[in-house]
Design a protein around this ligand. Structure first.
Ligand code: GTP
Ligand code: MG
Length: 373
C-alpha cells in the first residue's frame, strides 16, 4: 500500500491547524482507499504555539507527525518537510498543502486518485475547468495571478500546464522527488522555490496531470500579498526559461555556422562548374561535418561522445540521419532552382534550412545521436 505524506508548513496557524487536522483525519482520510495517509506539520516554533496544538492531537492520531525547526521561510519549511517525509517516514509520495484552508481538504482525494492511476506529478490547478480563484479577490489580484501565470507559461514554454504557481501538488518519490537536489533549490526562503521545484518535477515526471482546485481565500486572518515574492517568482521563471533554451540557442548558432559553410561552398562549387546536384550535395556534407563536431563539443557537451570508436560510430550514424537533411536540401534545392531560376539559389537555402532541416535535425540530435542515457 502506498504511503502518502501531506507536508504542511504552519506558522502561527494555531487557530487553523486543529480544524485542519480534524477535517483531514475525520472526514477526508477515511474516504481515501488503498493508501496510508499521513500528515506532517512543519512548525518553526510559532509564537502562537501552533506546535503545542499539534502535539495534543498526536495522542489521538498516530499518522500525525510534527517537525519543529528554526524559521527560515516557506521554501525551507517544505524542503525540510519533504526530507523528513522521505527519509524518516519513508513516503512513496509527498503532497504540498497549506494549513490556512486555502487548499480545501476535499481536494486531497482527487489528487491521490490521480496518483493511484499512475501520475508521477499532480498539480492542483486553479486555471482548468472545475478550478477557480476566490470570488472575493479584487479584480487587480485576479489579474495579477492570471497574467503572472501566463507569463511563466510563456517564459518556460509550458503551455500544456495551466497553473505553474499553485501550492497544492503531489509528487511521487521514486523517479521524481528522489532525483531533485532539494538542498539547492532557487530562492528556498521564498514562495518562488515552487517554480523551480515544479520545473524540475515536470521534467522528471513521465505522467503529469492537473486536477481542479477551488482555491479559497484566507479564512482566519488578512492575507499578506507581497510584491517582493512576486518579483522573485518572475526572476526564477526567467532564469529557468533561459537555462531551458540554452541547448536550443547553441544548436541554432551551430546551425548558422553550418549555413555559412553551406552557402560559401554552394557558391564555390557552382561557380567552379559542378553540376547543380553535386554543388548542393557536397556543400551540404561539409556543413554536416561542421555541425557534428561543434554540437558534440559545445551544444551537447554534457552528453559528449568520446573515444575514437564511439565518435566514428556516432559520426556515421549522424551522417545517416543527416542523409535525410541532405536529401531534403538536395531535392528541394534542385526543384526550387529549376522553377525559380539560379539567381534565387542563395535565397532558397535559408528557407529550406529554417523551416525543414532545423526542426528535423533538432529532433534527431536530441532523440537519436545525443540521446540521454
Ligand atoms: N513552517 C513555516 N510555515 C510557513 C512559513 N511561511 C508560511 N508558512 C505556512 O505556509 C503556508 C502558506 O503560507 P501563507 O502565508 O498562507 O502564504 P500564501 O498562501 O501565499 O499567502 P496568503 O494569501 O497570505 O495566505 C501556511 O500554512 C503558512 O502557515 C514559514 O516561514 N515557516
Ligand atoms: Mg495562504
Amino acid at each position: 500500500m502506498s504511503k502518502i505524506v501531506i507536508v504542511m508548513p504552519a506558522y502561527n496557524e494555531a487557530e487553523n491547524i486543529g480544524k485542519m487536522i480534524e477535517a483531514l483525519f475525520n472526514e477526508e482520510f477515511p474516504k481515501i482507499k488503498d493508501t496510508e495517509m499521513h500528515l506532517l506539520v512543519v512548525d518553526d516554533y510559532s509564537p502562537d504555539k501552533t506546535g503545542d496544538v499539534v502535539k495534543t492531537y498526536q495522542q489521538k492520531y498516530k499518522n500525525l507527525h510534527l517537525l519543529q525547526k528554526q524559521k527560515e521561510g516557506l521554501g525551507w519549511a517544505y524542503i525540510r518537510g519533504f526530507q523528513y517525509a522521505v527519509n524518516t517516514l519513508q513516503a512513496d509520495a509527498v503532497m504540498e498543502m497549506d494549513a490556512d484552508f486555502q487548499h480545501p481538504p476535499r481536494f486531497v482525494k482527487p489528487m491521490v486518485e490521480a496518483y493511484l492511476l499512475g501520475a508521477d506529478y499532480c498539480i492542483g490547478s486553479r486555471y482548468i475547468k472545475g478550478g477557480s480563484v476566490p470570488k472575493e479577490w479584487a479584480f487587480f489580484r485576479k489579474a495579477i495571478s492570471f497574467l503572472g501565470n501566463l507569463f511563466i507559461r510563456i517564459v518556460l514554454t509550458k503551455f500544456k500546464i495551466h497553473d505553474l504557481t499553485t501550492g497544492f501538488r503531489l509528487t511521487r518519490e521514486k523517479g521524481v522527488l528522489d532525483q531533485i537536489d532539494l538542498d539547492h533549490l532557487m530562492e528556498p526562503t521564498r514562495f518562488a522555490y515552487k517554480v523551480d521545484l515544479l520545473y524540475q518535477s515536470i521534467k522528471l515526471s513521465k505522467k503529469t496531470v492537473e486536477v481542479p482546485l477551488e482555491f479559497a481565500s484566507r479564512t482566519m486572518e488578512k492575507s499578506k500579498f507581497n510584491p517582493k515574492e512576486m518579483v522573485s517568482t518572475f526572476k526564477v521563471a526567467v532564469i529557468l526559461g533561459i537555462k531551458d533554451k540554452q541547448k536550443l540557442i547553441k544548436f541554432g548558432t551551430v546551425g548558422f555556422v553550418g549555413y555559412l559553410i553551406n552557402a560559401f561552398f554552394l557558391n564555390f562549387f557552382s561557380k567552379s562548374g559542378f553540376p547543380e546536384w553535386a554543388s548542393w550535395g557536397l556543400s551540404t556534407e561539409l556543413a554536416i561535418i561542421n555541425n557534428f563536431t561543434l554540437n558534440n563539443l559545445w551544444t551537447f557537451k554534457t552528453d559528449e561522445i568520446k573515444g575514437i570508436g564511439n565518435i566514428v560510430k556516432k559520426f556515421l550514424q549522424f551522417n545517416f540521419t543527416s542523409l535525410g537533411a541532405l536529401l531534403i536540401q538536395t531535392v528541394l534545392g534542385t526543384i526550387g532552382v529549376y522553377f525559380l531560376g539560379p539567381d534565387k539559389r542563395q535565397l532558397l537555402l535559408p528557407f529550406i534550412i529554417v523551416f525543414v532541416v532545423l526542426p528535423y535535425n533538432y529532433l534527431m540530435y536530441t532523440k537519436v545521436i545525443w540521446k540521454k542515457k
